[in-house]
Design a protein around this ligand. Structure first.
Ligand code: ZN
Length: 161
């Protein structure tokens, strides 16, 4: 029997002006993206901005639906748009933020399990780590790889014999 541990590490910034400039710009894009959310039921507007390896920024926002499972997360929206329109490019970073009653949430809002799964797939497809920037009003977390979001994740490798 072996007992194993999986640890993750991330950087916490408590002041947004400590963030590297490129991360600040991507967070600003995510905040703008949140304004495009369709969230009439929750009022919880999420924005995601993906930086591609050629400098292009792809944005997404959550899209709710009266039939709740039919809605889509901001991250999923952005990733789907990116793959459909820029499939030959690689994602290098994603910033995610959420507005509640028009204000950025105090704490960073992490992606749901489904979006983590999609991020890991994209990271593996691109072959390079995707930095994850989770921006809140009082703290921002930066992870150097999407894989850190989901240890022991299911991947295409699990489909092989
Ligand atoms: Zn999600």
């Amino acid at each position: 029997m072996n007992k194993r541990e999986v640890n993750i590490s991330f950087t916490e910034y408590q002041k947004s002006d400590e963030l590297p400039d490129a991360d600040k710009k991507l967070v600003a894009e995510a905040v703008d993206a949140a304004s495009g959310a369709y969230a009439p039921y929750s009022g919880f507007r999420v924005g995601a901005a993906i930086m591609l390896d050629d400098g292009t920024v792809v944005r997404g926002a959550n899209v709710e639906n009266a039939a709740f499972p039919s809605g889509s997360c901001a991250e999923k929206t952005a990733l789907s748009y990116m793959v459909a329109n820029y499939g030959e490019r690689q994602a290098v970073a994603i910033a995610i933020t959420a507005l509640s009653d028009g204000q950025m949430t105090e704490e960073p809002v992490p992606p749901c399990g489904n979006c983590r799964q999609m991020l890991i797939e994209e990271e593996q497809r691109g072959g390079k780590p995707i930095r994850v920037i989770l921006a809140g009003h009082s703290a921002t977390y930066v992870l150097e790889s999407s894989q850190a979001l989901m240890p022991l994740s299911f991947t295409g490798n699990n489909l092989r014999k």
